[in-house]
Design a protein around this ligand. Structure first.
Ligand SMILES: [Zn+2]
Ligand SMILES: [Zn+2]
Length: 342
């Protein structure tokens, strides 16, 4: 079977690997869809020297979705043929965070599939049974893959913000996470202001339900958002970029008593805390993906509210075309990009 590894310097290695066999409590998934997520661009772009010994690198891809192909000894809760999304983390399984399904926050040690363990960019993936979450019949594998990280992250960030139909939310960054947030916030009834610098992504944001789109390269976004909110600022803002200057904009464009959520990872940002945060009485959330039950929750929301998640997916490639898929995704002009096994 084949597997794709990020070796650094925007290069991928396609490897021939032995097909895994499930041990006790494990299953092997036949991949049907494996999403590309913004956080994959970090190892993808990293200089080769920093990535280290290529032989030791795990297969990439942390949005795996597929069918149970084989079950190990003692496995009773899933069966061959089950359609599943994978929650791409494991922890000790017994600490307080693991018990509430936040295995990525395990108090002892956690593994991340697609980074420290082999991920979804391979034909077959061996995983512990508790990481498998049933994919609703009404969802396609590629929609399930999106839910498994980027789209799920967007949904749970909006939950943290308590978004409802009385809110105007400004969403900074319209990549796959920001676009999902736009689509969900619109479904929740909010008025959505989408902010980005890429015309293709702003166009897509408008198609997915944004009321207004601001091109931050042409229009200073803080002023533009105030102009659209009676000079007060948005009720809530979400940063899906991780860019320091954009984080400042997210804080500066929210109204007095507003709520801000950060999901974009990396970088250091400096705030002038008194004027920017304290004197505005802000509530600021950090939101890191979601729990095991949170994955089921976002998938159910998509089904029950008929969110057209497939419209988020702009490009599909096979595993053999992974290099082309990443090259395109790296350009920053796409919606969601997924690898599929047709
Ligand atoms: Zn734990
Ligand atoms: Zn991700």
């Amino acid at each position: 079977m084949r597997g794709v590894v990020f070796v650094g310097d925007r290069q991928l290695d396609m490897r021939e690997l032995p097909k895994p066999a499930p041990g006790p409590g494990e299953v092997v998934l036949a991949m049907k869809a494996s999403g590309l997520c913004g956080s994959d661009l970090r190892p993808y772009r990293m200089p080769r020297a920093q990535r280290g010994n290529p032989i030791a690198l795990a297969v990439g891809g942390h949005e795996p979705c597929g069918v149970v192909a084989e079950v190990g000894p003692g496995v009773t809760t899933v069966q061959v043929g089950d359609r599943v999304m994978m929650h791409h983390y494991t922890g000790c399984g017994t600490c307080r965070m693991c018990r509430i399904g936040y295995t990525q926050m395990c108090l002892h040690h956690h593994e991340v599939y697609g980074f420290t363990q082999g991920g979804g960019h391979q034909d077959f993936l061996k995983v512990p049974v508790p990481t498998c979450v049933a994919l609703p019949e009404a969802l396609s594998f590629e929609e399930g893959a999106a839910c498994a990280c980027g789209t799920g992250t967007a949904f749970h960030a909006l939950k943290r913000l308590g978004i409802s139909g009385i809110d105007t939310i400004a969403i900074f960054g319209q990549g796959p996470v920001g676009l999902s947030a736009t689509q969900f916030a619109a479904t929740m009834g909010a008025r959505v202001i989408a902010v980005d610098v890429v015309p293709e992504r702003l166009e897509l944001a408008t198609q997915l339900g944004a009321d207004l789109a601001i091109d931050a390269s042409a229009d200073p976004p803080v002023e533009a958002i105030r102009a659209l909110t009676h000079g007060e600022g948005a009720d809530a803002t979400l940063d899906a970029t991780g860019i320091p200057e954009v984080r400042l904009n997210a804080v500066d464009s929210v109204r007095l008593w507003g709520r801000v959520c950060f999901v974009g990872e990396g970088n250091t940002t400096t705030f002038d805390v008194s004027p920017q945060i304290i004197h505005k009485q802000l509530t600021i959330y950090g939101s890191w993906t979601f729990s095991l039950s949170g994955l089921a929750e976002v998938a159910n929301f998509v089904v029950e509210r008929r969110v057209p998640l497939k419209d988020l997916i702009t490009h599909r490639f096979t595993l053999d075309q992974a290099a082309e898929a990443y090259q395109l995704f790296d350009s920053g002009r796409t919606g969601k990009v997924v690898l599929i096994w047709p």
